[in-house]
Design a protein around this ligand. Structure first.
Ligand SMILES: *Cc1c(COP(=O)(O)O)cnc(C)c1O
Length: 385
């Protein structure tokens, strides 16, 4: 049996030899995640071919791109003897849910600072979507008004500050918290996506090269990891980061600073940041979906059986395709890999807005069978097993 939930020595890919690799990781994710062909119905006019890297399948309640980062972050928390973790996110944060689940698995308490609308500050936040899982796995929720976060600047630094103040409160209570930045984005967490590129390279075959890689960017760590890894590993694919949260400039700076945090010099770091194509995909704003985005997500699910979330992956795909349609020559006949980063549970909070899905519902009345005497006595639904 693999040493699940244990810390194991980390063997970094050879092309990272110039970086300072973390000593351990804790085995949480179901890796490698599948790389599969995808019958995505979009961009058919450009004759593109799609593949899907399914990081949504690297666990179930502990799933999505945050899992790869948490393997390194929680290893450090355990190595350094912390007894709980603190992190921050929106009310439906996938990152907070993944952190709560992963922390529980390795026997750490979790404290989640969740940003809520001001009028919800005094209410029970309920059990919708990700909250059900965070609360089932015994996370302590600390609700913070989104207006407070905005008044602190509403950026990654503001999130850091909330984290740090929460950690100080916990320290005063005698706890020893490990602080995880928003989205798990920091140089250590980024190792999750350096390893992911190593994993991808094993899966790609030279006869079937990928031309483009598309990924959603929220806190930006996933994109930064992919960008640096593709550069160092000599990947030929063009990386497209669809920013669903911040301005493109924020991501450019973040990619460079993550690279430097990992030990790259400034020249290399800015080269890496310059190689990424940043597309804006915020649409109506973070976690706000337009009808067109939702319709796109529904069409993709209907044709391919793959469900994308509305906050990240679904939005990223929609806005990437809009960009490709406006720049057809760059994409005609190409092979596009879409990185599915997870987020399914958040979609459950959108059931209401997806009510307009095509209805394939009717009542069904089977003709009554005549059971032979003595057979199938138990005819209630429980008899169906
Ligand atoms: C957090 C998240 C992202 C964005 O990843 P970052 O590393 O924060 O940029 C994308 N998709 C899903 C489903 C996520 O939960």
């Amino acid at each position: 049996m693999a040493p699940w939930l244990q810390r194991v020595p980390f063997k970094a890919p050879s092309w990272t030899s110039k970086l300072k690799a973390p000593p351990t990781r804790v085995l949480l994710a179901n890796l490698p995640t599948p790389l599969m062909p995808w019958s995505c119905p979009l961009l058919q006019d450009l004759s593109v071919r799609w593949s899907l890297k399914r990081d949504d399948l690297c666990g179930l309640e502990l799933s999505g791109n945050k899992t790869r980062k948490l393997e390194f972050l929680l290893a450090e928390a355990l190595d350094k003897g912390h007894d709980c973790v603190v992190t921050v996110g929106g009310l439906q944060s996938n990152h907070c849910r993944a952190t709560a689940v992963a922390a529980r698995m390795v026997n750490l308490e979790s404290h989640l600072v969740l940003l809520v609308k001001d009028q919800m500050l005094e209410q029970d936040p309920g059990l919708e979507g990700n909250l059900l899982l965070s609360r089932l796995t015994d996370a302590t929720l600390h609700l913070c008004a989104a207006s407070t976060y905005r008044s602190l600047g509403g950026d990654l630094q503001a999130a850091d500050r909330l984290n740090e103040e929460m950690a100080q409160q916990l320290r005063r209570q005698g706890k020893n918290p490990y602080v995880i930045p928003v989205g798990g984005t920091c140089p250590l967490g980024t190792w999750g996506y350096l390893s992911a590129v190593d994993e991808l390279q094993e899966q790609l075959s030279p006869e079937d090269p990928v031309d483009h890689i598309v990924v959603a960017a929220g806190s930006g760590g996933t994109l930064a990891g992919l960008a640096l890894a593709l550069h160092l590993a000599g990947g030929k694919q063009q990386l497209h980061g669809v920013n669903i949260q911040h301005e493109p400039d924020v991501y450019r700076k973040l990619i460079a600073s993550e690279a430097m945090g990992l030990g790259c010099d400034e020249t290399l770091a800015s080269a890496v940041a310059g190689e990424v194509q940043l597309l804006s995909g915020a649409g109506l704003g973070y976690a706000q979906s337009s009808q067109l985005e939702l319709r796109c997500l529904a069409e993709v699910a209907k044709v391919s059986g793959v469900v994308l979330d509305h906050v990240y992956a679904g939005k990223a795909l929609y806005h990437f395709c809009e960009y490709a349609k406006a720049n057809p020559d760059a994409f005609r006949n190409s092979h596009i890999l879409f990185w599915h980063t997870g987020g399914l549970f958040g979609l459950y909070s959108q059931a209401e807005r997806l009510q307009s899905l095509p209805k394939r519902v009717s009542s069904f009345q089977p003709t009554q069978p005549q059971p032979k005497v003595g057979e199938r006595e138990n005819t209630g639904p429980e008899g169906l097993g």
